[in-house]
Design a protein around this ligand. Structure first.
Ligand code: AP5
Ligand code: ZN
Length: 217
């Protein structure tokens, strides 16, 4: 399957993407994770992206589009993919359509995760991520690690993302409403959008998503 995951910051995109990618046996491609990996490896791309990300703004389109293009060329993406955090505006959605068209393929669905804004703020404020692997995500209240500050999975150090401060979250939400939400209308026009609530236990939401994607057998 070829899926785009969309939803506000803190909606649980990363959390669900890891589970859905495993169930559907497709790679999870997160532009946020790819950019953060570039920052920690101090690549030129990472140096450029950092100031935009720390401020909660979008990294320039040419950077993210080229990065996704590159990632989609890898053999594991041939049979399908789950895009998390891309596209993030209509220009990126158009670029993705063009890319898919040159490959003669189409998206199967755009999964839209709905969460009220006050919940999003709570989720982001308590989020902690593992330094070794960004798919090891915890929450100080909702899914606390057994030992404070230590990853249950690999023993790595847990940290708080720099863009998870209250002030930056406000900018990220505004950017979501003004720049990213319009892609939902763009994909609705293509009949691709399935919307589910991202409230409740993590496993329940995964089941809800699989049902909405008609993959719950
Ligand atoms: P990105 O990394 O994509 O961040 P985001 O969209 O803001 O989303 P988050 O990672 O904050 O949230 P999430 O929905 O994945 O939630 P999670 O599962 O972690 O982007 C970061 C930045 O990179 C952007 O601001 C931009 O600068 C740049 N960027 C990235 N892509 C770009 C692009 N295409 N173009 C330009 N710039 C780009 O969950 C959050 C917390 O809630 C966790 O602690 C989790 O444990 C908890 N939680 C999850 N589910 C539940 C639940 N059901 N109940 C209770 N708690 C839950
Ligand atoms: Zn870990």
């Amino acid at each position: 399957m070829r899926i785009v995951l969309v939803g506000p910051p803190g909606a649980g995109k990363g959390t669900q993407a890891v589970r859905l990618a495993e169930k559907l046996r497709i790679p999870h491609i997160s532009t946020g994770d790819l950019l953060r990996a570039n920052i920690s490896q101090q690549t030129e791309l990472g140096k450029l992206a950092k100031s935009y990300m720390d401020a909660g703004n979008l990294v320039p389109d040419e950077v993210t589009i080229a990065m996704v293009k590159d990632r989609m060329e890898q053999p594991d993406a041939e049979g399908g993919f789950l895009l998390d955090g891309f596209p993030r505006n209509v220009q990126q959605a158009e670029a993705l359509d063009q890319l898919l068209e040159t490959k003669g393929i189409k998206l199967d669905a755009v999964l839209d995760l709905e969460v009220p804004e006050d919940e999003v703020v709570k989720r982001i404020a308590g989020r902690r991520i593992c330094r070794n692997d960004s798919s090891h995500v915890f929450h100080v209240t909702y899914s606390p690690p057994k030992k404070e500050g230590v990853c249950d999975v690999c023993g790595g150090e847990l940290y708080q993302r720099e863009d998870d401060s209250e002030e930056t979250v406000r900018t990220r939400l505004e950017v979501y409403h003004t720049q990213t939400e319009p892609i939902i209308a763009y994909y609705k026009a293509q009949g691709l959008v399935v919307t589910i609530s991202s409230l409740g236990p993590v496993d329940k939401i995964t089941q809800r998503a699989l049902k909405a994607l008609k993959r719950d057998d």
